[in-house]
Design a protein around this ligand. Structure first.
Ligand SMILES: Cc1cc2nc3c(=O)[nH]c(=O)nc-3n(C[C@H](O)[C@H](O)[C@H](O)COP(=O)(O)OP(=O)(O)OC[C@H]3O[C@@H](n4cnc5c(N)ncnc54)[C@H](O)[C@@H]3O)c2cc1C
Length: 474
């Protein structure tokens, strides 16, 4: 059987580009086709979290992304009168990966860095200005027809991953429907280049003003974002009018210090594809799920998808694992994705209230909670759903201790780890023992097997873990 590549990746947004980079590290060959010639030039995602920074660390671009982003310190919900309804001190929350909990960034810069990783690998072939037209699969592989400057071309791959965004032609071709949370709010999004950041807020703000729910977000690299909800009866063209935008920005002391880089109307919604695998074809990123942006997690979820999927594809393609392993991709990731979408929708429902009486009730309730000393609930740290995880701590996120500048993942390297409690005092783990020991003690673990995506497979004796892992993954 002859193949052009192991995996055909359709779409080179952040999720497709990261998948290519991850597959290359696993020794898997990929062709990636992208209909556009360059990265989408305008910022969409503005935030990523510590777990994503740990993924960038694995890919070797953490320092580059740290330099290009800005640590987010405070996230506040305020009412129309400026009173704080809910406040997250993001720094104080800390993070299990050792990185800052939240970063603000510029999506095109990340996409350029991810594409460079893929371009640098001899295993990855990036083909721009190539549009997927059709797909057909059989028991052994997938054949895709791609149209481009040289005319139509067929590509034969063992597997195909649709990272082709919210409208996903791959998902459409497979006839896969989506379950919809019924959250559907139109917002105007404005990205601005700022000449004098000292005039603008340094915290990320949700202004819960029923007269105009508004988000105001610090970005990196001299940018700021505002998002304004459309009120009942307003038309997109009304809000996109320059005079209207100038009026919306007036209260922000931004006159003469911001230059609008883009303005767009988006409908914020929550949707999850019913099936993420169909035979030899899988979906990842926005093709598989979409979330309102209030928790800054859409792209983050897509990047977690491909971190989950890449090592499983490698196990099937390179080590002969049963393809049924790939069914665990959706069972593990979907509950996690849904927890994140539900959090974002809950946040959105707090913000998107345009009825003054309902807003007054919300404000009174939230102010009373703050006066009673109730802190904002911590962000959830969802576990994986059932799949390649054992009972107990299986599916939990495994921490990364730092010893000074030394980070455990760099020391232990790629792939799964089997760590015994007894080995904590020996090299190379000794510098991290003090921080890791409580993890073992609190779970009564003799040993832990940590997967390549840094989620826990399970705890137990070395023999039990090795046997259980071999049964599921080999
Ligand atoms: C206003 C806004 C704010 C956001 N804020 C955040 C945030 O703060 N944090 C966060 O994590 N996420 C955020 N997101 C979400 C984030 O931008 C998306 O989740 C992310 O871009 C999805 O990446 P993707 O690679 O799955 O899809 P996309 O980035 O949409 O990439 C899909 C690619 O597939 C290509 N393609 C499509 N069809 C074909 C075809 N037939 N052939 C070849 N190529 C094709 C497209 O050209 C595109 O390049 C935000 C989104 C918006 C709109």
């Amino acid at each position: 059987m002859s193949y052009d590549c192991d995996v055909l990746v359709v779409g080179l947004g952040p999720v497709g580009a990261a998948l290519c980079a991850l597959l290359a590290r696993e020794g898997v060959t990929a062709i990636a086709v992208e209909k556009d010639s360059d990265v989408y030039p305008l910022p969409r995602a503005a935030h990523f979290d510590h777990e994503i920074m740990r993924l960038f660390q694995k890919l070797g671009i953490a320092e580059e992304m740290e330099a290009a982003s800005q640590v987010a310190r405070v996230y506040e919900f305020r009412n129309a009168a400026g009173q704080v309804l809910m406040s997250y001190d993001l720094i104080a929350q800390g993070s299990p990966s050792g990185w800052s909990p939240s970063y603000m960034f510029h999506q095109p810069s990340l996409e350029v860095a991810l594409r460079r990783l893929a371009t640098d690998s001899p295993l990855i072939d990036l083909r721009l200005r190539r549009t997927l037209k059709s797909i057909a699969q059989d028991a052994d592989g997938v054949t895709a027809t791609i149209d481009g400057p040289d005319g139509p071309q067929a590509i034969r791959a063992r597997w195909l991953v649709g990272c082709d965004g919210a409208k996903s032609p791959v998902r459409e071709a497979l006839g896969i429907g989506m379950s919809d949370y019924g959250f559907d709010e139109p917002w105007l999004v404005i990205d601005a280049v700022v000449s004098d950041p000292s005039r603008l807020p340094t915290a990320n703000l949700q202004i819960c003003d029923p007269a105009r729910p508004t988000s105001c977000l610090v970005m990196s690299q001299g940018r700021h974002r505002w998002e304004f909800m459309l009120l009942p009866g307003e038309l997109p063209e009304d809000l996109l009018d320059d005079a209207m935008i100038r009026g919306l920005l007036k209260p922000w002391n931004s006159e003469d210090c911001v230059e609008i880089e883009r303005k767009a109307i988006y409908r914020f919604h929550g949707r999850v594809a019913n099936r993420w695998r169909d035979g030899r074809i899988l979906l990842a990123g926005d093709a598989a799920h979409q979330t309102p942006p209030f928790a800054g997690q859409g792209m983050c979820s897509g990047l977690r998808d491909v971190d989950n999927l890449a090592w499983k594809l490698a196990a099937v393609i390179r080590r002969g694992a049963d393809p049924a392993l790939l069914d665990s991709y959706q069972t593990e990731r979907e509950p996690h994705v849904r927890a994140v979408i539900e959090l974002a929708i809950a946040m959105g429902r707090v913000v998107c209230i345009s009825d003054p009486a309902a807003a007054a009730m919300r404000d009174a309730g939230m102010l009373a909670q703050r006066e009673a000393g109730q802190a904002a609930p911590p962000p959830p740290s969802p576990r994986l759903g059932p799949g390649i995880v054992l009972d107990g701590p299986g599916g939990e996120y495994f921490p990364q201790p730092w010893a000074g500048d030394a980070r455990m993942d760099d020391v232990l390297g790629a792939g799964p780890w089997l760590i015994t409690r007894a080995s904590l005092t020996d090299a190379p783990l000794a510098p991290f023992a003090e921080q890791l020991s409580p993890w073992f003690e609190s779970r009564g673990a003799e040993a832990v097997l940590v997967r390549a995506d840094r989620y826990v497979f399970g705890i137990g004796s070395v023999d039990t873990l090795e046997k259980a892992w071999a049964e599921r993954v080999s």
